[in-house]
Design a protein around this ligand. Sequence first.
Ligand code: PLP
Length: 466
Amino acid sequence: MATDNPLRLIPSVDRLLNSAELAQTISQYGQSATTRETRKILDALRDAVRDTPALPIPELHELATRISANLQVKGSASLVSVMNLTGTVLHTNLGRAALPESAIRAVSNVARGNSNLEFDLQTGGRGDRDSHIEAVLAELTGAEAATVVNNNAAAVLISLNALAEGRGVCISRGELVEIGGSFRIPEVMEKSGCTLVEVGATNRTHLKDYRAAIDANTALLMKVHTSNYEIRGFTREVSYGELASLAHEAGLPLLADLGSGTLVNLEEYGLAHEPTVQEVIHAGADLVTFSGDKLLGGPQAGIIAGRKDLVQRIKENPLKRALRVDKMTVAALHEVLNLYRHPETLQQALPTLRHLTLPAATIRATATSLLPAFEQALGELAHLAVIDSFSQIGSGALPLDQLPSAAIEITPRAHSDSRLRAIAEAFRQLPVPVVGRLQDGSFLLDLRTLEDPELLIAQLEHISIR
Ligand SMILES: *Cc1c(COP(=O)(O)O)cnc(C)c1O
């Protein structure tokens, strides 16, 4: 009887749910989730049996194992901590800046309950979420006023919309940049409702080009820091100071998109110069936008600092509500900015700056001390060595600037691409996934950003290369 309709061999939902095999799963994941998953598995099984009547029907315990495994996968976090040992300090795909401890504490404090995010504790009336960071931003940048939105792309979008909708914005052809992930200045301008007025040539733009482009419809002049590439050779760009003078002569504001934007002179830390927010404001820019999670070393945010009347127009723009930051961002940003008020301790307290300034010799010493543990875990499969390498800042900051570093180099003994990929994969599958980089037939772990060497070593015993 059963052989003429194999569908009858499939257990019912109730039978599975009431079986001893699923009791533990139900107590762990709950009745409703387990029921849903059971239905799904049985429906799929019925479809499969209809297609292939000869298909063997799994035993009750096999079905229960499948249900439990699916529930486990669904319940486990998708966003997890990883060890970034790629050598790129500010890695966009790996979540950019690591926050300082004080900022992490501030985030968890406000996350836990209510806060005075938009509540004035003095008057008991409505407050302004920017108020928590505006004063420290003004103090640090020299700007009259400031506001914060979701990221720097949003900062550019809202600034252009608030100040130039329906009008022209003059920008050099050499600055029409595309940042990764499809952020292109011309497209953001279009979305903001202003008209792009291209000025000069790709490699050379002169002050007189801007002067000739200004007309009655011009709303502002814009300068974009070409953070992720460099035009070399026969080039000319107009400085912030010159451009600000021209803008002010014409009664227009100058908007500067600094991209990474830093609040400290990186040369003092042995790095190459990147324009600081202070110097661009001092040079006369009326509004400056920059990221919170690039060189600043904070949470994802877009900071807009500058003239009070212009910042006010941005705060009143309806997009502000759509692009505003949440309480956790405000909390983290305040703590990060606060660290900049104490330059003496900044380098130690701010992970981004600490990572960027770590001497190669220190990194090499760490690598050398870890090498024996790597030999022990991987020596049969791979050749291991400590090598000189180069890290980079990442997120478009100083792209040509390489930071001398050191890495553990893992080269499969059987030279093959598939062995190499298997090694990289095995590191990605560790309890705390480790992400390195492939280079010239080897897998490299650049230790510049390694925060917890003991954890890395402890994980090596779990490594399994197939
Ligand atoms: C990175 C960058 C942006 C975008 O900033 P996000 O904070 O990633 O949105 C915009 N403009 C420039 C010049 C940049 O370098």
